[in-house]
Design a binder for this molecule. Structure first.
Ligand SMILES: Nc1ncnc2c1ncn2[C@@H]1O[C@H](COP(=O)(O)OP(=O)(O)OP(=O)(O)O)[C@@H](O)[C@H]1O
Ligand SMILES: [Mg+2]
Length: 460
């Protein structure tokens, strides 16, 4: 995890003039009723350039849709900025369209009226509106269905309307959020090939396509470049070009190699990805740049979850667990992530699975639990390891909190940095890795605080 990121020529910034959308250090957090803030996207840089289909892949909840919303100006980043041809996106006149998984058609409008709607919103005159919409309906193969209503159409046809409506404004960038995942396999395949044909033959004037998907094959089939996001917080784990010629053969070795590579990256969230097949040098993994994000979970919660899981034979579906605990899945996830980070649990196909060390932990007495927690935390959590090392190294065995806050601030917002610190303190105290003197805002070795208190008592 500490390897240095080598330069990958593919990642070098394209000439600034060419970039259509550029995100610089964008982050997103959401406030929660409990005052806790969830960091959904860690600081991320990303560019969309002409001539490319860019696929954004990632597990559920990794922030793909959030990223799309920020890149299209629908949502404002909590930090960092998005530029449209070099101008801050909220000051620019942008030209993008979005196709959604849910089609998002107006049920009370006909096919033609749905396709015309964005042109009407842009003030295009009726005759031109009609002409352009008819052409687009023709292009997506819905000729003859102009007067039909969405409810009369199959899912595949509805998504064709979605595409026609998106393309009719001739967007410079076409954004798609899982556009094929609500469709049956064959329909999805057909639509993908047709879209690709429109793109490669330049029938559509779109300069770049940004596709959000969780389907690995779909990404490898369509994309010129693939970015894989990891979760908690969402961050770029690998980013590489795909040089396979179109039409791509799913059975070709180069194709399956790429699919396997991405599968490995996705299923091993804690391992820094190797270079993609055919790529020079290592890939960028933002996690290599510093601290992992500590999930804001309490040790008691982690212990509780592991005990429950053990009670259920060591494995259970996460949604069922959340349901039985009357938790929202998003409240359970930080606990699952924490247990995973500590090596007590694994997530496999939506199931939480206890590991042998998790089992030992769940079966142990409280003192032994603290010891197992301490070992796992020191092994897996850089911040805790650093604090403990600093305490051991200093002759007075105490270190100011500020020192570590400054390090965290380079990576997190000030508030998130403080929250990271608070969680680290909770974990460090529970595992007796260190103690924290809240009055003086200093870390101390656990025994040192006892000694100080004892010394104070002696003196009185
Ligand atoms: N308005 C919100 N308030 C709080 N949390 C949110 C909000 N919107 C999204 N999130 C959280 O942000 C994280 C990322 O969500 P997002 O929808 O971007 O993920 P995704 O990768 O698109 O997932 P999926 O594959 O399920 O569509 C999730 O943990 C989600 O719960
Ligand atoms: Mg989504």
């Amino acid at each position: 995890m500490q390897e240095t990121a080598a330069t990958n020529p593919a990642l070098e910034a394209p000439p600034a003039t060419d970039v259509i959308i550029r995100a610089e250090g964008i982050e997103k957090y959401y406030a929660q009723p409990s005052q806790n803030r969830i960091q959904v996207i860690a600081p991320t840089d990303l560019s969309i350039v002409p001539g490319e289909i860019l696929a954004l892949l990632g597990p559920s909840g990794s922030g793909k849709s959030t990223m799309l919303r920020m890149l299209t100006g629908l949502s404002t980043p909590s930090a960092g900025q998005v530029f449209w041809h070099g101008t801050p996106i909220h000051e620019a006149e942008i030209n993008v369209s979005i196709v959604f998984q849910s089609f998002a058609l107006f049920p009370w409008l006909t096919v033609l009226e749905n396709v015309e709607a964005p042109l009407q919103a842009r003030g295009v005159a009726p005759a031109e509106r009609r002409e352009r919409s008819m052409r687009m309906i023709d292009m997506v193969g819905l000729d003859g269905f102009e007067a039909a209503y969405p409810k009369e159409l199959s899912g595949g046809m509805r998504q064709r309307v979605g595409f026609a409506r998106a393309l009719v404004v001739e967007p410079e960038v076409l954004f798609m959020d899982e556009p094929f995942s609500a469709l049956d396999v064959l329909t999805a395949d057909n639509l993908r090939s047709e879209l690709l044909e429109l793109w490669t033959k330049k029938t559509m004037p779109t300069k770049a396509v940004f596709l959000v998907t969780h389907n690995i094959e779909e990404a490898v089939l369509l994309a010129d470049r693939i970015i894989v996001l990891g979760r908690n917080p969402g961050r770029i784990r690998t980013d590489f070009p795909v040089h396979l010629p179109h039409p791509r053969d799913r059975k070709a070795e180069a194709f399956t190699q790429l699919v396997d590579y991405i599968y490995k990256v996705l299923t091993r969230p804690d391992v820094a990805p190797a270079a993609a097949p055919g790529q020079p040098g290592a890939v960028r993994d933002q996690r290599q740049m510093g601290y992992q994000m500590l999930p804001h979970a309490r040790p008691g919660g982690i212990a509780g979850l592991l005990e429950l899981l053990l009670d259920r034979g060591g494995r259970d579906d996460m949604y069922r667990l959340a349901d039985d605990l009357a938790f929202e899945i998003d409240d359970l996830l930080p606990i699952v992530d924490a247990a995973q980070l500590l090596g007590f649990l694994k997530v496999e196909e939506g199931d939480a699975v206890i590991t042998p060390s998790g089992e030992e932990f769940a079966n142990s007495e409280i003192l032994r639990q603290k010891e197992l927690f301490r070992n796992a935390a020191l092994e897996n959590v850089l911040l805790l390891r650093q604090i403990r090392r600093a305490l051991d190294a200093k002759s007075d065995h105490t270190v100011r909190e500020d020192f570590f806050l400054d390090l965290l601030d380079e990576q997190f917002s000030e508030e998130e940095g403080q929250r990271q610190m608070d969680t680290a303190v909770t974990w460090g105290r529970y595992g007796e890795i260190f103690d924290f003197d809240a009055a003086r805002r200093r870390f101390v070795l656990p025994d040192a605080l006892d000694e100080e208190i004892a010394a104070g008592e002696d003196a009185s």
